[in-house]
Design a binder for this molecule. Structure first.
Ligand code: P6P
Length: 329
């Protein structure tokens, strides 16, 4: 992180992106523009969520590739992000939780791939619980002048050029990294701008809160069950609202651990490696935390399918290390 370029709270996202581009001497501006495109879509989705009405609330009436019931806003958010990325011109292919196959944008000379969950936790919309968008950005491996390839999309998390999330909560926040720290921006709807509100976020090394669905406890690996028992002995607080981005964001700022482990019901767990685990793992590590599947580093995993699932344990370093000990006893 180039401290000389430390920018004051209140800097706009646009100015921040422009100044931070100077950290990358060979940058030619495409990634900067891509981040702006994501921010534009985030503003539009934030507006759609804040004015949910009978046209946008409730079920869409179909299921997505995961077999999950789509909410109308899932579809709206997916369309908005795909449109912003297609029109922005910097992305040749998109992997979305809402689409089984790769979405080719037609920008065949574009350098980047985006893997995204356009609206995670959308079943919480109708009960006004915060929800989020998660995205990871990769450089294409294939030559320009053609559509992005499956190989372009199945890269390890270590290959991400950038990653971020948008949290649609009491306020809308964009949190992202390009590999030089993590910064958070809060959206001011009256001005239509994101402003730097959380510069250089660092996750506390330890925490006293854990996030998991304890109803599944009996199906968790024994090591996880033993770690949860340890948390209870330590009198930690259980904090789980069933919305990954919201749970992760709270733990990122306050310290804590979120886990959605594999279980006897589903050995790979529920969350997807490409567009949920990898982006959040990149952010967690850049903020001084860790992310594993219980034992192995998430970012080192080689994806073999677009929508493959992966157990996730993510948050404060000392808590992750403790889980690793319980998992390897
Ligand atoms: P469960 C939402 O569907 C989600 O993907 C995450 O946002 C959330 O943490 C998790 O699933 C909740 O899953 O099985 O506890 O309801």
């Amino acid at each position: 992180m180039n401290d000389a370029l430390a920018l004051p709270v209140g800097t706009t996202l646009d100015r921040f992106i422009m100044r931070k581009q100077e950290d990358f001497p060979y940058a030619t501006g495409e990634l900067s523009q891509l981040l702006r495109d994501m921010a534009l879509a985030a503003k539009i989705v934030s507006r759609e969520i804040s004015r949910v009405d009978q046209d946008t609330s409730g079920k869409f009436g179909k299921t997505n590739v995961q077999g999950e019931e789509q909410q109308k806003l899932d579809v709206i958010a997916n369309i908005r992000f795909i449109r912003a990325l297609r029109n922005g011109g910097e992305v040749c292919a998109i992997v979305s939780e809402e689409d089984e196959d790769i979405i080719h944008t037609g920008n065949q000379n574009a350098k980047y791939i985006v893997a995204m969950d356009p609206l995670d936790g959308s079943s919480n919309i109708d009960v006004n619980i915060p929800i989020g968008t998660i995205f990871g950005i990769y450089r294409r491996l294939s030559e320009g002048g053609q559509d992005g390839t499956l190989e372009d999309c199945l890269q390890k998390g270590t290959q991400q050029a950038a990653a971020g999330y948008i949290l649609y909560g009491a306020s809308t926040m964009l949190v992202y990294t390009t590999g030089r720290g993590v910064n958070g921006f809060t959206y001011e709807p009256s001005l239509g701008e994101f402003f730097l509100s959380h510069p250089d976020i660092k996750i506390p090394k330890n925490g006293k809160q854990y996030s998991c669905n304890e109803a599944n406890m009996g199906h968790f690996p024994l090591g996880i069950q033993n770690y949860i028992a340890f948390c209870k002995e330590q009198k930690y607080s259980s904090r789980y609202i069933g919305s990954l981005v919201a749970d992760f964001h709270r733990n990122l700022l306050k310290g804590g651990i979120y886990f959605y482990p594999g279980s006897s019901k589903n050995t790979a767990g529920k969350l997807r490696l490409l567009y949920e685990c990898n982006p959040l793992a990149f952010i967690a590590e850049q903020a001084g935390g860790q992310a594993t599947d219980g034992v192995e580093r998430i970012l080192d995993k080689q994806p073999s399918a677009l929508h493959e699932r992966c157990p996730l344990v993510i948050g404060s370093t000392e808590m992750i290390e403790k889980v690793r000990k319980y998992m390897t006893l």
